[in-house]
Ligand binder design. Structure first.
Ligand SMILES: Cc1cc2nc3c(=O)[nH]c(=O)nc-3n(C[C@H](O)[C@H](O)[C@H](O)COP(=O)(O)OP(=O)(O)OC[C@H]3O[C@@H](n4cnc5c(N)ncnc54)[C@H](O)[C@@H]3O)c2cc1C
Length: 295
């Protein structure tokens, strides 16, 4: 199966063992089938923050399509439980429906709740971790479900429980959102405006968004990986199948014919050059799947 339409770079990646699952029971069956084999199980959501190897050998890739949403009103908060396959946009639309303005910060971020919980999506000063209460996970080795409470997730800019525990699959995420009076009654207009701004700054396709993490030990613009790449003044003319987005140099954008290797080589080259020219070591935020060497 070619996963070109399952990753936002729109590059070819071949996987013999690819599953789309519609329910938890189905996921459990796939997990149990491969638990004691040589195959490594990876989960993808919308593929907006992954770089897939050209050939995924000894890998089982699973896309979760279960999408139930449950809501419960408490006096001052709304509790929302979202399956891993629910789109981030559906969460934003709940923000409009229930007048939870803080959720609108996620307007226009591609992906679904499994990926959002794993990556801890953020925009401006709002992060998903501000709302996460607990997460239900399935263990890849046993198919058993367990609940990870917020205080065990240890969300930080680059790390969290999920990134450190490759044995777990996020099945659903429960959020608690404070009901506060919105600053406007037209929340749809706020969503539109955030998306308009994002579209003027970011590419709309063929990218994974920010490829490298920002430098969290730096302050102001120095912190931005895009700024450091810009400062390194790189000549990309020998890379014919990709470019860096003019408005945001931390975003790699693929062109027709681009391969997984092309992206890996460009990222490696950027990392080397930025280190040479600025002394800073960039680390990939984009998640690599199927590569033998890391970036
Ligand atoms: C144009 C563009 C703009 C973006 N803007 C932003 C932004 O403003 N803010 C921001 O934070 N991010 C941004 N991103 C990054 C991306 O949208 C988020 O990281 C998003 O949460 C990824 O979700 P996904 O479903 O696509 O995950 P995927 O890309 O499919 O997966 C990402 C990682 O999560 C893991 N994963 C996915 N689902 C599960 C699961 N159920 N269980 C365990 N692991 C899982 C995958 O194995 C992988 O390691 C942007 C990306 C693009 C392309």
């Amino acid at each position: 199966m070619n996963l070109k339409n399952y990753n936002w770079f729109r590059i070819d990646s071949h996987c013999e063992h690819f599953y789309e699952v519609e329910a938890i029971d189905e996921l459990k069956k796939v997990v149990e089938k491969y638990a004691t084999t040589r195959y490594k199980i990876y989960i993808i959501g919308e593929g907006s923050n992954i770089l897939l190897h050209r050939v995924l050998k000894n890998i089982v890739l699973i896309k979760l399509n279960f999408r139930t949403i449950q809501t419960k009103h408490e006096s001052k908060e709304l509790i929302i439980k979202l399956d891993a396959g629910v789109q981030i946009d559906d969460l934003v639309n709940l923000g409009i429906k229930y007048e939870l303005q803080s959720l609108l910060q996620f307007s226009g971020i591609p992906g679904c709740m499994g990926g959002a919980t794993f990556m801890n999506i953020h925009y401006n000063d709002t992060s998903l971790s501000d709302f996460v209460q607990y997460v239900t996970v399935m263990e890849k080795s046993t198919g058993k479900l367990r609940t990870i409470p917020k205080n065990k997730i240890h969300y930080a800019y680059k790390t969290n429980f999920f990134k450190q525990n490759p044995n777990v699959i996020i099945v659903n995420t429960t959020l608690k959102i404070k009901k506060t009076r919105p600053t406007t009654t037209n929340l749809k207009a706020i969503k539109r405006e955030i998306i308009r701004k994002r579209n003027s700054r970011y590419p709309k396709s063929n990218t994974c968004g920010c490829f490298f993490y920002n430098l969290d030990q730096k302050k102001g613009k120095e912190k931005s990986a895009g700024y450091q790449i810009e400062k390194a003044n790189l000549d990309l003319s020998s890379f014919k199948t990709l470019h860096l987005h003019p408005g945001h140099k931390n975003m790699i954008v693929t062109k027709q014919g681009c391969t997984s290797d092309d992206i890996f080589k460009l990222a490696q080259w950027i990392k080397e050059k930025v280190y040479e020219k600025t002394g800073h070591t960039l680390e990939p935020e984009c998640r690599l799947i199927g590569f033998e060497t890391s970036l």
